[in-house]
Design a protein around this ligand. Structure first.
Ligand code: ATP
Length: 447
């Protein structure tokens, strides 16, 4: 993980937030390549949810919602973690994470392991951030930063039935920021207090819920493996009965083998009709589906695949990180799926003279309207290749003296290091073909 954190900082993927003021506990800023990577992760999620299906529609709900939402959803009363304070070292711990926590004064020990640790009893701590709507700070104006995007979907269910002409089974998908005042954030962007979720609520006839639950488990696992996560680093873990939320009849986590061990990447839950029933009760509105032909009416059940964009981006980075040797020199390389790579192609003149920079710059201008492309003429060619390898650029295009004679360029592949000559006239089509091709991590084959 340390290597990933340092690469992210060095190459402008992720920085600690407000760093010049010493940072702010577990908040991060995405730099240029991090923005492009996370953007690609989200675009692939939209592609799988919207573009390649016709039963799902999109939503972008407000972060601030009516406070009754959180009463109905159960978050106000129940979105809590048990918290233990140490009066000696003044640190706070999650009562259910004591085994993974370190004592403030003796980090090699767990809290409570040394005699002068003075721990409080566990107390419930609500994870929602509060703020005030409008200038008057009274109870009526208290609102919350949403701790999940899902509730924005449930409160819009009625709008969607009316405008979208969809009937169950159908889904509403949303990507957006969520906020949780986590007691023990950490492990880089794995657990932060502000993060982006990619959630979809799939509304189904009640008797079809088990079938759709299985469907979404399979779909979501496939999404990660098709984008290159190594299957042996990915698994499904079904929640034990005592782990399930009170409303859920089944939940499975997609887990990835992070450097911190197997950890949740995404949760897929069968939420039954809990959310729609609660919001119907609290709002006084009917939230049900009525079949106009048969007159049948029911409250749909909901299957929810809930993923984190930051955690997914971190998993892709971890899975892609590799070190090898090229021409006797060490190189760091991100073996990202080409569709996730922040930059698809780097255009490099072999030397900074003889008209090569002009041809390369022109080629770069042509390519960048079709894909994310970079132009780099600074430094030895080997160093420029390595800079691109480090940010995961799958293709390097080199303009050399032969280019000026026959209008061909060299295409170098990041993983195989194979170099081929391709006519400039065919280059963009050829690169797009390669970007669409099936891909699996070369780390699997041990390149
Ligand atoms: P965890 O058990 O790790 O706290 P959770 O079960 O509370 O997660 P969900 O409420 O199911 O998480 O949220 C769905 C997804 O949102 C998670 O699988 C994760 O990818 C992401 N997520 C949740 N909390 C955070 C966080 N604090 N930082 C980054 N991503 C998060």
């Amino acid at each position: 993980m340390d290597k990933i954190v340092s690469l992210c900082k060095r190459r402008g993927f992720v920085f600690p937030s407000s760093e010049i003021y010493g940072g702010l506990g577990s908040t991060y800023d995405y730099g240029h390549y991090g923005v492009l990577l996370k953007q690609n992760v989200k675009a692939e999620w939209w592609r799988a949810m919207l573009q390649e299906r016709d039963d799902i529609v999109a939503l972008d709900a407000a972060i601030l919602m009516h406070p009754r939402t959180w009463e109905a959803s159960g978050h106000l009363a129940g979105f809590t973690d048990p918290l233990i304070d140490c009066r000696t070292c003044k640190l706070r711990f999650r009562a259910d994470h004591m085994e993974q926590s370190a004592c403030g004064r003796k980090p090699s020990k767990h809290p409570g392991d040394i005699p002068d640790c003075d721990l409080t009893d566990p107390r419930d701590f609500n994870l929602m951030f509060q703020t005030t709507l409008g200038p008057v700070k009274d109870a009526g104006a208290t609102v919350y930063l949403r701790p999940e995007t899902a509730q924005g979907i449930f409160v819009n269910f009625k709008n969607y039935l009316q405008f979208s002409r969809k009937k169950p089974p159908f889904g509403i998908a949303q990507i957006g920021k969520s906020f949780r005042n986590e007691i023990t954030p950490g492990n880089f962007v794995f657990r932060t207090r502000e993060f982006e979720q990619m959630e979809m609520e799939y509304f189904v006839p009640p008797d079809e819920a088990p079938k759709w639950f299985e469907h979404w488990l399979e779909q979501r696992m496939n999404w990660y493996t098709e984008l290159g996560l190594r299957p042996d680093h990915l698994r499904l873990r079904a929640h034990a009965p005592d782990e399930l939320s009170h409303y859920s009849s089944a939940t499975s986590d997609v887990e990835y083998l992070f450097p911190i061990g197997w950890s949740e990447l995404e949760g897929v839950a069968n939420r039954g009709n809990f959310d729609l029933t609660q919001h119907a009760e609290f709002s006084g509105q009917k939230l049900e589906y009525v079949d106009t032909a048969s007159g049948e009416r029911y409250v749909p059940h909901v299957i929810e695949p809930a993923a984190g964009a930051d955690r997914a981006a971190l998993a892709f980075l971890v899975d892609a990180y590799d070190e090898d040797e090229v021409g006797g020199e060490a190189r760091t390389v991100l073996r990202l799926h080409p569709r996730l790579a922040p930059v698809k192609v780097a255009v490099l003149p072999l030397v900074k003279k003889d008209g090569q920079p002009e041809v390369a710059a022109e080629l770069h201008r042509e390519l960048r309207v079709r894909m994310s492309a970079e132009y780099d003429e600074g430094g030895a060619i080997g160093r420029r290749y390595r800079r691109q390898d480090e940010i995961g650029t799958p293709f390097g295009v080199t303009v050399d003296h032969q280019t000026l004679e026959d209008r061909t360029v060299t295409v170098r592949e990041r993983d195989s290091l194979v170099q081929e000559r391709v006519p400039i006239a065919e280059l963009a089509d050829e690169l797009e073909r390669r970007l669409r091709a099936l891909w699996s991590s070369p780390k699997l084959a041990g390149v």
